[in-house]
Structure formats: C-alpha cells, structure tokens
Design a protein around this ligand. Sequence first.
Ligand code: SF4
Length: 367
Amino acid sequence: MNPDIFKDKELVKKTLNALKKKVEKLENIRLMEFCGTHTHNIFQYGFRNAFLPHIRFIAGPGCPVCVTSEEDLAEVKFLFDNYDVGIIAYGDLLKVPLKGKSLLDYRAEGRPVEVVYSAIDAVKIAENKKDKEWVFLGVGFETTTPGTSASIMIAEKKGIKNLSYLSFHKNTKAVLKALGTLGNLYADGVILPGHVSAVVGYNYFREIEKFGIPAVVVGFEPLDLLAGISELIDMILKKEVGIKCAYPRAVNERGNEKMLRAIEDTFDTIDAYWRGLGIIENGGYELKNFYDGFNARKKYSIPKELPVDKEKGCRCGDVLIGRIEPTDCPLFKKVCSPANPIGPCMVSYEGTCLAYYKWGVENQRLD
Ligand code: SF4
C-alpha cells in the first residue's frame, strides 16, 4: 500500500469532519498521548484545536530526553569532573542543562563530545579514536534500547576496551503502571506509542486495563492519528476498557522478537529515576553483570547518590504527567524558550514545552 494514502488531504478532511460530529456530545474528554512525536503531530495537523472543547489532548511521559532525570545527568557531570573521558550522545541531549552547563558548553570548553544517530556508531568512534576513553549515553525507551544492545554486543565481540555505556534507558510499561497505581493517570483514554509498540507489541501494555480506561496504539500520519482517536472515542462512548491497535501495518500483539531478545540478553530492569516522577519500580534498564566491563557506572565507580540541583521553577515533571500544561508554567515563553531552555521539555524535539512554543495556536494548519 502506498504510505502517502495516510496523508491524503481530502480523506483527512472527510475523516476529520466525521469525527468532529462524533465527539459533539462529549465534554472535556482528556486523551493522553504518551509519545512526544504524537504531541507534535497532533499540533502540526491542527487536531489539537479541531476537537475543542470536546476533547483535550494532554501530553504524557513519552519524550525520552525529557524523562532523563537530574540524577542521570548528575552522573554525566561526575564523569566530566573526575575523568578525562569523551562522551558520545544523541543530538537531542546536547542542549539539556546539566546543573546549568550543557554538553554543548562542555564541548565549547574543549571536552570531547561526539554526536551519533545510531548507538552502533559509538563503536566506530571508539575504534577510530583509540587514544581516548569513550562513554556512550543510552537514552530512550524500547525503541532505542535494542540499538544500544546491538552496540554492546558488537563492542564485546570486537574486544573493544575504550568504550563503555551509561544506560539511562527507560521502561515504558513500568511508568504507565506507576502512573495508574499512583492515581496520576490524568486521562480518560491513552494514545499508546506506535514506535515503542512496534518493538514490544501491544500486549505489553495490558496492565492499563486494571486502571479502568481504554488505550489504543496509534500511528503518526494524519489518518493514522484520526483512526486511533476515533477508535478511542468509540471505546469511551461504549465505556469499554482494554487495548486496541489502530496501527496494524507496524504493530502486532507480540512485538519484534529479535529486538526483544537483544534487550533481554544485555539488560536487566532496575528501579530508576524518571524526571518529575521519582524512582519507578523496574522503570529503567541496566547492563547485565556479564557486561560489567562495558558498564560506565562500574568502570568509573560512579557513586549511587550524587548531589542533584533541580532547576528552580521548572515544572517539566508536572508537564510530563499531564498535571499541568506548559502554558501553566510561569517561565514558559517569559524566561524559557528554545534559545534559552530551562528544562528538557523545551529542548528535545519531542518535548511538550517545545511543541507548545513551536505550534502555538496561530501556527496550526488544518489543510
Ligand atoms: S516551560 Fe521551560 S521551565 Fe517551564 S516546564 Fe517547560 S521546560 Fe520547564
């Protein structure tokens, strides 16, 4: 099937108009989009305003850089302050403040900071620059974790000694469970992440059913989004609880077995800090003991509890669980902007504050 069909303007208009009629009787239904890409696309395609006041979209904890905690970033600062190491990271992380100083600032001071698009490129950097010790920062959910797994396995096979990994990878099932259990799931329905679900399969999120709300796996093109929202609205109208998949061309029940096996072979789940949420049981991935030689925490004896300075006034943590919207943060646009980000929600491409800044109402398009 031609994928452009999911962007067909006429079809989008027709579907949007039909859906608008369907939601007319609803009032203030809150749909949480877990994934930052959904947040941006819902803004970009104009759907955010199209369904007001019947449906409100609220962002969830699905921006990998945003949920990387201050405790995680303190470990990077510890490495820079105590060792002559080079850092390899995804570009999104470069402008995130680490106690007032970002990786970009460190690079401007002459510290080696390399940007990669794939975790496997970290191996190439270590091979090409053997005079330096390198640490790769593993950030993200189950979408990027298999890439880090592959990188670790390749480094081990090649016997590379000057590369280690600092895993900030986060477990999506654990955070949804924590939000539901703590009563912090401020939503009538959840738009589940299409990319993560392609790896883990939608059965992975079954525990949401316990919290009495429906959830639907949704894709990213405009028609994918409308199909998913429509499915979710139908479930809400019928008071149906459960999980459905509106993205069958990419997602099945069980996920990608090869990728899941790679994660299982290299990582254990551990309790981990999430920004704004504190420690979440089994919320993170740590390298298995077999890979101790590649674990930066062990190689550089990083202390367990490092001093952490929270950015004063930044409400990223509340934004990440949908408790407030970025416009409720007193720093939004006044002090905090993409040029002067105070928190990661304004830095990352998937950040909710950046979405609100970039796709302000005046910038939305419906055609
Ligand atoms: S607007 Fe800036 S300071 Fe406020 S929550 Fe977002 S990132 Fe933090």
